[in-house]
Design a protein around this ligand. Structure first.
Ligand SMILES: CC(C)(COP(=O)(O)OP(=O)(O)OC[C@H]1O[C@@H](n2cnc3c(N)ncnc32)[C@H](O)[C@@H]1OP(=O)(O)O)[C@@H](O)C(=O)NCCC(=O)NCCS
Length: 151
């Protein structure tokens, strides 16, 4: 695996972060969601709502060299918005990002961490110790609520 560097997202990252997420949704999630869902999901990650997220939650970015390759967020006890650039998937980057954000949740003394997993990522989260809670329906499509105890 290439050496990853991490830092917190700032307002200067809004455009590149929004592009990474929307590109990943279109490439990686379209096998599990219809076009209407993909368009709604992409709208959630336009630059303006991404700016609001940076104001309100912890968002980490990972870089391979100078290239932005992934992101993950933490809001309360929810892991949010985990995305790995499609050409960098399957190399352990998603696992490293998830571990980093779980560490942040532990620092905040959270007994567990939750995620609204995409259908695409459900097996990924299972591999990392997350348990199925329930299937949930949103205007953007079905998501899977999952939970992992943090010892
Ligand atoms: C889900 C996602 C973040 C995973 O990132 P990744 O870098 O490809 O995952 P990793 O390479 O770190 O995989 C970690 C483990 O999960 C397993 N895994 C990953 N995707 C999997 C899948 N679809 N099915 C089964 N196992 C999977 C890997 O085999 C690996 O196991 P190992 O360490 O024992 O070999 C990435 O695929 C992605 O961005 N998907 C699209 C966006 C998305 O749906 N994000 C989730 C929003 S809630």
């Amino acid at each position: 695996m290439k050496l990853l560097k991490f830092r917190q997202a700032t307002f200067a990252d809004v455009v590149s972060l929004s592009e990474l997420i929307r590109r990943t949704i279109r490439v990686s999630n379209s096998k599990d969601y219809d076009q209407k869902s993909i368009d709604l999901l992409c709208a959630i990650f336009e630059p303006e709502p991404v700016t609001e997220r940076i104001e309100k939650e912890l968002i980490l970015l990972s870089f391979a060299g100078t290239r932005l390759v992934g992101t993950v967020g933490l809001k309360g006890d929810y892991l949010r918005s985990l995305f790995v650039e499609p050409v960098y998937q399957g190399q352990g980057f998603g696992r490293v990002l998830t571990t980093r954000i779980e560490e942040e949740a532990r620092k905040n003394a959270m007994p567990e961490i939750m995620v609204h997993s995409s259908l695409t990522a459900q097996e990924f989260y299972s591999a990392l110790g997350y348990n199925f809670v329930e299937l949930q329906s949103y205007p953007e499509g079905p998501f899977v609520l999952m939970r992992k105890p943090l010892q």
